[in-house]
Design a protein around this ligand. Structure first.
Ligand code: ADP
Ligand code: MG
Length: 578
């Protein structure tokens, strides 16, 4: 009998481990930057050649390594960050397994040059496929430089899985952006094939870094969020509902400074935006979550991209609360203030919005300037909200209300606006006591298909709570006895069919708040004034003051925008005014 089981060679073990940590060049960049951050660097430079497939060099000005430590760093399971099991459950650093450098070294040619503050000269450690080829003294500033050449050269199969230079560099760029966003106090520089792609100076102000990475337009559409209790603290920025993307790429979540993708977090963010943006769109969100290291397990995924929260519900709630309380504000004053500021600053006037008076003026407040700079209508815009600052001029296409606003022209989609008003009204009624219903004088009798009947059966009780009573009337016939007041007088048959259709449209039947909101969305849509309807002045005025009173007044419950602005700078440009 021959034996079949054998122990893998060290070489193969190394390659298998490397496969887990290093998916592609971007994984190398991520691990090296994490090490630099852990080493306390204030400046990190990444020099990439051919999408990282030719070479990756990361140079930092961190603490460096001693002459004894440097050769050890590339040995497996060698780390300075964890000493015992206890430490593993209270990790404060980005690295902890001692796996990255040896893994990378085993599938590349790696040159590590480092010097710590106490050594006179630096040391160079050069390895090929993990084997130590050379260790020698070199001149080096304090800090560390790791150069990785010919990644995957000894694992040809993995090498073949690499994509184009462009794609691989795209992933590297993304990783550097993710890191740079969360560490404003570190300078990051990224060079690809000799071209400088990113160079952001260090700053104490996270918002400056966000603007540098995401661009001015995105930055201007962000509002700050915050939450804090005994166990969790959260701060960050989220985008206005009008600004959405087709992918989740602008959702940046950091837990204790570590970029992660987490289902609970994403669910909570998307739920907070649920009726504010279209179902297939994603918001912008940059969240920094901090909680005691004992409340998370970071040791669940080879690339450390995923973590486990001890109390997912708490995390969900914290995010939800923080986001909702900000999103509620709709087109908030903060946004208006900032836009006004930008407007004047573009005209070369630097000042600030005064909290007491709501006026815009030069910092320091030298007299004379203020009122001249601040036209009448700006003052009227505050302290009231956005909608009360609008003056309706009329209607176009019997569909859009045209207004003068503090910053220029504002156009309102009357149907979307009314939809949001009714939706919030329904939610408010349900929260207070019950949806105000109207009992029909003559029940509306209608036919349902077996599939529709099934849905009505599933949701009968819920529908009743939401103001809609449907009863079996014999055979395939059903009778609608009452409907919410906001839809009274509308076509009941099509309302019921739309609700049933929506509830049946997904594999998993929606429940709880998500279900309520979906039904309310349809009711609001049916109850709302149509586009293509002429409005009297009072009706326009009522709609504006209703919008002023409600929360979430920037999009309709399907996520379409309620208003659009053409501001004065834009108008000036249209007419080629200087
Ligand atoms: P880990 O980060 O999990 O500890 P690594 O293999 O990434 O494992 O690094 C091994 C060790 O090498 C680290 O614990 C650290 O002591 C040292 N090291 C790696 N990179 C640097 C760096 N840029 N500056 C200083 N020390 C470093
Ligand atoms: Mg590491």
């Amino acid at each position: 009998m021959s034996s079949k089981i054998r122990i893998l060679s060290e070489d193969l073990i190394g390659k298998i481990a490397a496969g887990e940590v290093v998916e592609r060049p971007a994984s190398v960049v991520k691990e090296l930057i994490e090490n630099s951050i852990d080493a306390g660097a204030t400046s990190i430079h990444c020099d990439i050649k051919a999408g990282g497939m030719e070479s990756i060099r990361v140079v930092d000005n961190g603490c460096g390594m001693s002459r004894e430590d440097a050769p050890l760093a590339t040995e497996r399971y060698a780390t300075s960050k964890v000493k015992n099991e206890e430490d593993l459950y209270a990790i404060q650093t980005l690295g902890f397994r001692g796996e990255a450098l040896p893994s990378i070294a085993s599938i590349s040619k790696m040159r590590l040059i480092t010097r710590d503050g106490t050594s006179q000269v630096g040391i160079e450690v050069y390895r090929e496929a993990g084997r130590e080829v050379r260790v020698c003294d070199v001149g080096s500033p304090v800090g560390t430089s790791v150069e990785v050449r010919n990644l995957f050269y000894n694992t040809p199969v993995r090498r073949r899985f690499l994509k184009s230079v462009k794609t691989e560099f795209f992933h590297i760029h993304k990783v550097v952006d993710q890191m740079a966003l969360s560490k404003p106090t570190i300078q990051f520089r990224l060079v690809h094939d000799g071209r400088e792609i990113l160079n952001v100076p260090k700053t104490d102000d996270p918002s400056i870094r966000i603007e540098a990475i995401l661009g001015r337009d995105t930055y201007e559409a962000l509002t700050p969020v915050e939450f804090r209790d005994e166990t969790i603290s959260l701060m960050g920025y989220i985008g206005v509902p009008m600004l959405t993307l087709s992918t989740a790429k602008s959702i940046f979540t950091y837990v204790k400074g570590r970029f992660v993708r987490d289902r609970t977090v994403n669910r909570s963010i998307l739920d907070a935006y649920r009726t504010l943006i279209p179902r297939d769109r994603y918001p912008i969100s940059i969240l920094f979550i901090d909680l005691s290291p004992h409340r998370i397990d970071v040791n669940v995924h080879p690339t450390k991209r995923e973590i486990r929260f001890r109390d997912q519900k708490k995390v969900y709630r914290a995010i939800h609360l923080a986001l909702q309380s900000q999103l509620k504000a709709g087109p908030a004053d903060a946004r208006i203030s900032r836009a006004i500021e930008t407007y004047w600053q573009k005209k070369g006037v630097h000042g600030e919005i005064r909290e007491e008076t709501g006026e815009y003026g030069r910092a320091g407040g030298e007299e004379g300037g203020r009122n001249r700079l601040f036209p009448e209508f700006f003052r009227e815009a505050q302290p009231g909200g956005f909608y009360s600052s609008l003056f309706p001029l009329g209607q176009i296409g019997a569909t859009y209300i045209v207004c003068q606003g503090p910053q220029g022209l504002v156009i309102i989609d009357q149907h979307a606006a009314h939809e949001r008003v009714l939706f919030e009204k329904l939610k408010h009624q349900l929260g207070n006591a019950a949806v105000v219903r109207q009992v029909l004088l003559f029940p509306h009798v209608m036919e349902l298909s077996p599939a529709e009947e099934h849905i009505v059966g599933l949701y009968k009780d819920e529908l009743e709570k939401l103001g809609m009573e449907i009863e079996a009337f014999g055979g395939t016939t059903f009778a609608v006895r009452s409907v919410p007041q906001v839809v009274a007088g509308e076509n009941i048959e099509s309302l019921v069919k739309d609700i049933i259709g929506d509830l049946a449209s997904e594999d998993r039947s929606p429940r709880g708040e998500a279900m309520t909101e979906r039904i309310f969305t349809i009711m609001a849509c049916h109850g709302a004034m149509r586009g293509n309807r002429a409005l009297r002045d009072e009706e326009m005025q009522t709609l504006l003051s209703d919008l002023e009173k409600i929360d979430f007044a920037s999009t309709c419950p399907h996520g379409r925008p309620i208003f659009s602005e053409i501001d004065y700078p834009h108008l000036d440009k249209l007419f080629k005014r200087k």
